[in-house]
Design a protein around this ligand. Structure first.
Ligand code: ATP
Length: 387
């Protein structure tokens, strides 16, 4: 077991015209479980492949347990990788598949190898499948074998590259728990790549968000959810995504008035709240999470009128797709909806109904229109967590 450190890690392709990983700095503690998430093409797999030794960095260094392993051959790195497509040898038995890595990278006796494979197979609940070949196994069983094969190596670092994407939703949930249990039990430093922000949020001790090869933010899942550092992270983490509205902030006696959506949106931020943002005036992007929107029929002070475009029941809750203002602009156009509210299932307005939305001012996020950075008072801690 060991820590993992990426120092200004960079990977360019096609003579530098593609920067897949852009000077990534990351320190992962011994035994930590870190999930790496970001949209397709953001550099997740390339990062993992460089750690595994399958891709040579353009520049930067990789340290495991304090040792620089950047130039060490993949076979001699104490790293085990689990892939989405299992990567099992079809003609070898499960026993042979699981023992293969040990045979290649150690001089362990056959007897000892067999014992290690059996122990790992027991851990994954596949000890009865050792004489089968991969073709006889279901997707879930194959992924257990792939995990078992990684465990057998007793590596310093586990690397997971979207290992559950080929499984159905139910099995995925079971395997998530299984991987977490295993990681806790073995305490092996783990990097888990996924494009699924929910998976990243539920599994990681810490989440790393990448975009365009660049590190956007890293922190505990709740920290990242509550205090996104920029508009990209705010929109990427959480489902449905955070609502964004272009607004104008005008200082008034008792705080700041925020207006937008062609006059449909008007909201008073009190001085208490504006203190955490600092001096604000001019244009910003306002962010509100769908789950922090409160819907009422009549509204009250500062409630914003909205017209219901679509009601989407998801069982426990309803998603309301809304047009801000008193008129529906019809959601069947190509326009994205103005606003989504996640409300309890017993709130079931009809399409076309006029309702009112409001929210606690503690749940308001503001972002710089140009840079997308979260607005916070200089030298102040970041925005208070929404309730
Ligand atoms: P996905 O979620 O779709 O797997 P990713 O975040 O894992 O995406 P990478 O596969 O790391 O992204 O790719 C990062 C960028 O590098 C992309 O623009 C990709 O097209 C490019 N890239 C990756 N491998 C190569 C290669 N061998 N040659 C050229 N470009 C590459």
């Amino acid at each position: 077991m060991a820590s993992l450190e990426l120092k200004a890690l960079r990977k360019e392709f096609d003579g530098g015209s593609i920067v897949a990983v852009d000077d990534l700095e990351l320190f992962i503690e011994d035994g930590e479980f870190v999930t790496v998430v970001g949209p397709s093409g953001c550099g997740k797999s390339t990062t993992l492949r460089m750690i595994a030794g399958l891709e040579r960095p353009t520049s930067g260094r990789i340290h495991i347990g304090g040792n620089d392993i950047t130039d060490v051959h993949a076979r001699h790195r104490d790293v085990a990788m689990v892939f989405q497509n299992y990567a099992l040898y079809p003609h070898k038995t499960i026993q042979q598949n699981m023992a293969f890595g040990l045979r290649m990278s150690t001089d362990m006796s056959a007897e000892k190898r067999e014992q290690r494979v059996y122990e790992a197979a027991e851990m994954m609940g596949i000890e009865d499948l050792l004489d089968d070949t991969p073709g006889e196994l279901s997707g879930g069983q194959k992924q257990r074998v792939a995990l078992g094969r990684a465990i057998v190596r007793e590596p310093d670092v586990f690397l997971f590259d979207e290992p559950l994407s080929n499984l159905d939703a139910k099995l995925r949930t079971t395997m998530r728990t299984e991987i977490q249990r295993l990681q806790e039990e073995l305490g092996i430093t783990s990097v888990y790549v996924t494009h699924d922000q929910e998976e990243a949020m539920t599994m990681g001790d810490r989440i790393v968000i990448l975009n365009d090869g660049k590190l956007q933010q890293t922190g505990k899942p709740t920290e990242v959810y509550q205090n996104p550092t920029n508009q990209f992270v705010a929109g990427f983490v959480g489902s449905p995504s955070m609502n964004f509205i272009d607004i104008e902030a005008t200082p008034i006696d008792s705080g700041v008035r925020l207006t937008g959506a062609d006059g449909a949106f008007s909201y008073h931020l009190t001085s208490g709240r504006t203190d955490t943002f600092g001096d604000i005036s001019g244009t910003y992007v306002l962010g509100i999470r769908p789950e922090h929107v409160v819907v009422s029929e009549d509204g009250g002070e500062d409630a914003v009128p909205a017209t219901v475009d679509v009601v989407e029941p998801i069982g426990s809750d309803n998603y309301l797709y809304l047009d801000l203002g008193t008129e529906s602009r019809s959601f069947d156009t190509e326009d994205a909806p103005d606003f989504i509210a996640r409300v309890p299932a017993d709130i079931e307005p009809e399409v076309g109904d006029l309702i009112h939305i409001s929210f606690e001012e503690s749940s308001v996020h503001l972002f710089d229109t140009e840079t997308g950075e979260a607005v916070t008072a200089a030298d102040e801690p970041t925005v208070t967590a929404p309730q």
